[in-house]
Design a protein around this ligand. Sequence first.
Ligand SMILES: [Zn+2]
Length: 398
Amino acid sequence: MRYLFNNCYMPFINQNKAIYVKDGFIENIVTTPDNRPCHKIIDIQNRIVFSGFADIHMHLDKALIGEKVFNKSGTLKEAIEIMTEYKKKMSKEDIKNRARKALNLSYKQGTRYIRTHVDVDEIIGLKGLEAIIELKEEFKDKLQISIVAFPQEGFVDNLENYKYLEQALIAGADIVGGIPAMEKNAKKHIDMVFKLAKKYDKNIDMHIDETDDPNTLTLKYLAEKTIKEGYQKRVIAGHCCSLAANKLEDIQNILDLVKEAEITIVTLPSTNLYLQGREDLKNFRRGITRVKDLLKKDIVVCVGSDNIRDPFNPFGNGNLLEVGLIAAHGCHMGGLDDLDKIFYMISSIPVTLFEDYEIEEGKKAKFIIIDIDKKYKAIVEQPKIFGYFEKEEFVWTY
Ligand SMILES: [Zn+2]
């Protein structure tokens, strides 16, 4: 069922507030509904209204490749090898078709903000970037997309790849990516990423220490460099798995540095649970970073989906509530407070890294309603989307 509303008030009323929408804009948010004439009143009872989920770490260019090639060993090493081979024959149309499907999957399940890494190197050139930039335009009324130029193949020993990273920033990538643990000289990789970020005044979002190896802790240097360059609040470190391979007392100094550097940590529980811990002969590790310890330090943590059915992870539905539930299992976070926090880590925390997300008077009416009344219940019960408002209309999804 679909309703169109033009030049009229449409209040969304729940116990706490009434949202009056007129001409597609939020005119008022009041605690008590008044008697103004209304075209249609939608009583949403106690259901949660918010801007939508924000998936802060995806790989749209790789999404759904797993339906074409299969990672037999299931290891990160084979995933990277398969990906490098597949990239040689990847066309822009292939990338667009798969990424479009992944975007639709995410959108249907309430995601309205996506940050995606896109490979840029001498194998794929800027094809992936061009494909995602075109999709960013195609989906602009539905989803906000920001793009990280991602040097998956490294560049310290191949400066051709570094040139592509720079070209990607000139061509429209929003953020500089990195993956220092891939390189023999990880510090140089981090230094070179900062050099480009500063030259083009871009934020940084790196894949950091996606390994069980306790000795791989490039996060420490990343934090030191962030402080030295005055890049606080501008850096994200994704994965950080090796923090969990160390005793807490041995990495306290790194957590202190991360806090001082105001680095946001993004955990990717589905991919980490799938890829990490494979070499363990017993007591298999989960591979997920120390989320609860990071939160105890007041470090900002977000949860993202990472890979959607590609050589890195055969699973994924673009459903952030499902990812939140996996995080709850994998991070031992089942208390009501913990589950509330996870809800924030897939919505109100990452969304602040995008523009125009506030549900406020005078702003465009753009919000979704989920069929549940409590945030912790959203993680446990996995509710459906009740409806959403965008482009001057309310769409029921029930
Ligand atoms: Zn990733």
